[in-house]
Write a protein that binds this ligand. Structure first.
Ligand code: SF4
Ligand code: SF4
Ligand code: SF4
Length: 272
């Protein structure tokens, strides 16, 4: 059962959130929504621990497409960062604020960047591209994320000041933002030969995700006394994490998406 511990903990946390929100708001939506997400995440982690090769991609599609198609396009909830700003400034305790609080601001203290590995609808498409391992060294253009972060904030402040910020404009912003992210993400992956280039350099959400995931309870640990320095873990890591070190401040530590590829590649089981 030990290998399923993470899956059980994650499911229990989501179920507790689901019940708490349902009981405190009276809305059945919260119970169903968080139960579904917790259930699929828990199943994915369990399948991954059991050795199924495509467990992560399966979960990413279940959660990502649910959020993009059902919550975003059908229910018209802007679940992107602009939606978060909009609901926050409007003082609404909506799905967008909750989503950010749980998946991207406070949740990463527990499960790091699990969102990026198991739920993100942008990455669920980018991960289908052929460059699963970055072809070259990391570029020094990560500052773009801060520009994108400022732009996302600026566009919502502008809409509010013009009196144009409402659910309809937020919906169109959601559609346009997603189209832009997919186009830029795919082009960047093709040019840099790196599926996750968008995540590394452009995505504004990492401004929240990176500092919070530094303190994550769930993380890949390395028993350096077992390590034989074969570098196989480094070769498969899509995010350039120096995972054969155990320190929290190892290189690119806050980039880990918990995909488990390094663990599977390690011949001496030094990674846990
Ligand atoms: S970095 Fe951004 S685009 Fe990439 S997986 Fe995370 S949230 Fe999605
Ligand atoms: S390969 Fe390992 S270190 Fe790299 S992102 Fe995946 S889980 Fe994290
Ligand atoms: S794959 Fe395992 S043994 Fe090889 S460098 Fe990584 S942690 Fe060390």
């Amino acid at each position: 059962m030990r290998k399923y511990k993470s899956a059980i903990i994650l499911f229990a946390v989501f179920e507790a959130i689901a019940v708490w929100l349902w009981r405190s708001t009276g809305s059945l939506f919260y119970l169903l929504n968080f139960s579904y997400i917790g259930c699929t995440l828990g199943i994915g982690l369990a399948l991954s621990a059991a050795g199924w090769k495509h467990a992560r991609e399966f979960v990413q599609f279940c959660v990502g497409s649910y959020m993009l198609v059902f919550l975003g396009l059908i229910c018209r909830e802007n679940m992107q960062i602009e939606g978060f700003w909009f609901y926050l400034f409007s003082g609404m305790f909506g799905a967008g604020v909750l989503h950010y609080a749980i998946a991207k601001i406070f949740g990463p203290l527990l499960f790091g960047r699990g969102w990026c590995g198991y739920a993100c609808w942008t990455a669920m498409i980018l991960d289908l591209l052929p460059f699963k391992k970055p072809a070259g060294p990391r570029k020094r253009i990560g500052f773009i994320r801060y520009i994108m972060f400022a732009l996302s904030l600026g566009i919502v402040i502008l809409l509010i000041s013009l009196g144009k910020a409402n659910k309809t404009s937020m919906f169109y912003l959601f559609v346009a933002g997603n189209v832009l992210y997919y186009v830029v993400g795919i082009l960047l992956a093709l040019v840099l030969k790196d599926n996750r280039a968008f995540c590394k350099y452009i995505c504004p959400i990492t401004v929240f995700l990176k500092p919070m995931s530094y303190f994550s309870v769930l993380r890949v640990k390395c028993d350096e006394s077992k390590c034989i320095q074969c570098n196989k873990c480094l070769e498969v890591c899509p995010m350039d994490v120096e995972v054969n070190k155990n320190a929290r401040n190892r290189k690119n530590a806050t980039e880990c998406i918990l995909c488990q590829k390094c663990k599977k590649a390690c011949p001496v089981k030094a990674l846990k």
